[in-house]
Design a protein around this ligand. Sequence first.
Ligand SMILES: C[S@@+](CC[C@H](N)C(=O)[O-])C[C@H]1O[C@@H](n2cnc3c(N)ncnc32)[C@H](O)[C@@H]1O
Length: 281
Amino acid sequence: MSVASRAYTEQDVEDFFDKTLHNYLSFWDTDGVLHTGYFADGNADDYHAAAAHTSAVLAAEAMIDSSSHVLDVGSGCGNFLMYLAGHFDCSGEGLDLSEQRVRFAMARLAGEKSLRITFRHGSATQMPYQASTFTHVVSQDSLCLVPDKPRSHAEIMRVLVPGGIFAFTDFLQPKKQVSERARKHVYDRVRWNGGYSFIGYQEALDSRGFEIMVARNLSGHLRQTYRVLGKTAEERAESVPDLTARNWMLAFADSCREMQVAIDDEEFGWGIFVARKRTRA
Ligand SMILES: C[S@@+](CC[C@H](N)C(=O)[O-])C[C@H]1O[C@@H](n2cnc3c(N)ncnc32)[C@H](O)[C@@H]1O
């Protein structure tokens, strides 16, 4: 069985992330954080601490400081870039396909006037920036959703300065062929056509002119994230008066169980990568 029964377009992805903003805000994270947690240990239950830890690890690996000009691709509700600007005093831009999420990010930014950042609606495959604009391109759990990945890699390469750093986390598709069950519950759920394996990702980046500096397969943390979020959704559903909201949370809790099965079956994974734009091919 092939990965996806249909090919999702950028429009499908945009519609999904526009429509689900408020559902996710209602129980996942009220500030709109929507990425995998990097847990302190195998039994930790604090998703918010783990999600913040992911951002801290990625910032450290990318070596961001006050001289950095950073692009966050798939910036969602703006949390990672706001964290970077707040902690390291860097400047930057966030780019996201979901207009609803960009609006949410801009509304949050309005209360943070000292930060040297902004957010824009747009796609990773057609970036509204000049060549060699950014010292860093970062991204959390977003690039897997781009249907035309070579094009987004070419755009990232274009907007980075020579020697610039590309640091990101992303979902992995460890096997070329995935089961119907994983396709339905994992891939189709977020309008994901499929992605790279851990090794395949490194090969793809290398072939496009990036030198790999860090690559870690962290799929166990993805499993932990869905275990904790599923439990939260189930508990929250019990006290939600609105029937539609309750059913959405219970369906999400079911999805979280399926995600864990897919990770155990090596049909779904997660990793962190840091690469440098080669100064010459
Ligand atoms: C799982 S969310 C992660 C959001 C954010 N990085 C975070 O950590 O909270 C994925 C995000 O990628 C965005 N996205 C998907 N495809 C994109 C594309 N082609 N260009 C820009 N953003 C995209 C979605 O709109 C969504 O906000």
